[in-house]
Design a binder for this molecule. Structure first.
Ligand code: FMN
Length: 226
């Protein structure tokens, strides 16, 4: 696949076939993700790839605690609710997803069900828990930037091979559960996870194409002739 086609075509996948993903293929994708640039080539990221019983344990613990109303326990600073234009964009994608799934605004049960799907990592056969080296915490957000670059590489490499993925902050909301089940070493900080698997083409939300600002809005150019 052309890089342009992978970038253009990729979208978050939130419905998966139950078919397993081979370890060889996952290793191939991670090898590509590892080619991401990083500050002074520090390569601070780790990918903990979980499936089967381990992933089921994470899904169960995360979902049960969220359903019981326990406050989220993430290891990166919790963000407050988005406001202004960022909130508008958040609402826009939520509306697109709910429209695709036929979930009405008043349908609290199905909306709740959708949120729970996120806590279950959309029932994907694989989850990649992304962490970074704790000693870099005191160096500010650069290591998080680096891990983000590697994570995007992972998602694109997966897409290139016909796999779908969604970066999924909901999946690590109860990070102590993830830490225990996935045996995350103490010297790493959990950032997020990526749900991954073969896309279910019948799942309506998988067709949703989120909007983007155009170049005129995201970039400014100075010192050019025209
Ligand atoms: C850091 C991060 C966390 C995310 N967490 C979630 C999540 O918890 N649940 C979810 O459904 N999507 C999540 N997403 C996916 C975004 O909603 C999605 O990337 C965005 O709406 C743009 O859509 P696209 O990926 O289809 O282009 C997350 C994405 C990122 C980068």
């Amino acid at each position: 696949m052309e890089l342009k086609d992978a970038i253009e075509g990729r979208r978050s996948i939130r419905g998966y076939k139950p078919d397993p993903v081979s370890r060889d293929l996952l290793e191939e994708i991670i090898a590509l993700a590892n080619r991401a640039p990083s500050s002074m080539n520090t390569q601070p990221w780790h990918f903990h790839v979980i499936t089967g019983d381990v992933l089921d344990q994470v899904r169960k613990g995360n979902s049960e605690k969220m359903l019981a109303g326990e406050p989220p326990r993430r290891e990166i600073e919790a963000h407050r609710a988005y406001e202004g234009i960022h909130r508008e964009r958040q609402v826009e994608i939520a509306k697109q997803l709910f429209a695709a799934m036929g979930i009405e605004r008043e349908d609290k049960a199905r909306r709740q069900d959708w949120v729970m799907r996120g806590f279950r990592q959309f029932d994907a056969p694989v989850s990649v828990v992304v962490t970074y080296d704790r000693p870099l915490l005191e160096h500010g957000p650069v290591a998080i930037f680096d891990a983000g670059a590697a994570t995007y590489g992972l998602v694109l490499a997966a897409w290139d091979r016909g796999l779908g993925a969604v970066i999924n902050g909901q999946g690590i909301m109860q990070s102590p559960v993830v830490r225990e089940a996935a045996k995350i070493p103490e010297d790493e900080i959990i950032l997020t996870c990526v749900a991954l698997g073969w896309p279910d083409e019948e799942f309506e939300a998988n067709a949703v194409r989120s909007t983007r600002r155009d170049v005129g809005e995201t970039a400014s150019f100075l010192g050019f002739d025209d």
